[in-house]
Design a protein around this ligand. Structure first.
Ligand code: HEM
Length: 154
């Protein structure tokens, strides 16, 4: 199945590949921006909106930094580098998310939102699947609140 959310488990060594540059090549700079803005607009109105700044101007800044990151990670120009001052990009991303309590459910919601914008995107499915694989895997590393061993619920 396309766009499957695979299970995240505590302490797992997650192996992931950065997205194939074909995704960035298919969308271009403007297409990437459009995609990320759509994603964030859905986030703003969804169940994990409370994680993000409620102030409109601040939210716009997050949107912009996020767009730069995704352009860079997808093989576009290195326009996010300024933000991280020489640190390892993956570790920096994980660390940023430590500022927030991200549960399994938050990851599901985040990925669910991404899934809905990707479904509307009219490019080759194999290219989308590869991008999804990055999101599905890397997002496991942003989860930092795990259920108690005996709990069935998140
Ligand atoms: C593939 C997985 C993910 C990637 C690549 C990613 C990427 C990013 C990027 C680039 C930023 C902006 C960093 C900056 O300020 O420079 C960000 C911020 C953020 N992300 Fe993620 N993210 C991922 C998963 C998640 C998940 C699952 C959540 C769940 C809630 C989440 C919540 C947030 C929040 C709350 C912020 C910060 C907003 C703020 O600065 O106030 N992210 N993320």
């Amino acid at each position: 199945m396309s766009f499957e959310i695979t299970k995240a488990t505590k302490g797992e060594r997650v192996k992931f590949n950065n997205p194939n540059p074909a995704f960035y090549e298919a969308l271009g700079y403007n297409g990437m921006q459009e995609l990320m803005y759509k994603f964030y607009d859905e986030i703003y109105h969804g169940d994990i909106a409370h994680f993000f700044p409620q102030d409109h101007g601040e939210f716009e800044e997050v949107k912009k930094r996020n767009t730069k990151f995704f352009i860079q990670i997808c093989g576009g120009p290195s326009i996010y580098d300024d933000e991280m001052r020489g640190k390892d990009l993956d570790q920096y991303m994980i660390d940023i998310h430590k500022n927030f309590s991200i549960y399994l459910k938050s990851r599901d919601e985040w990925l669910g939102t991404f899934r809905s914008v990707l479904m509307e995107l009219d490019i080759d499915q194999a290219i989308k699947d590869d991008f999804w694989d990055y999101l599905d895997k890397f997002s496991k590393l942003t989860v930092n609140r795990w259920p108690k061993e005996s709990a069935y619920l998140y």
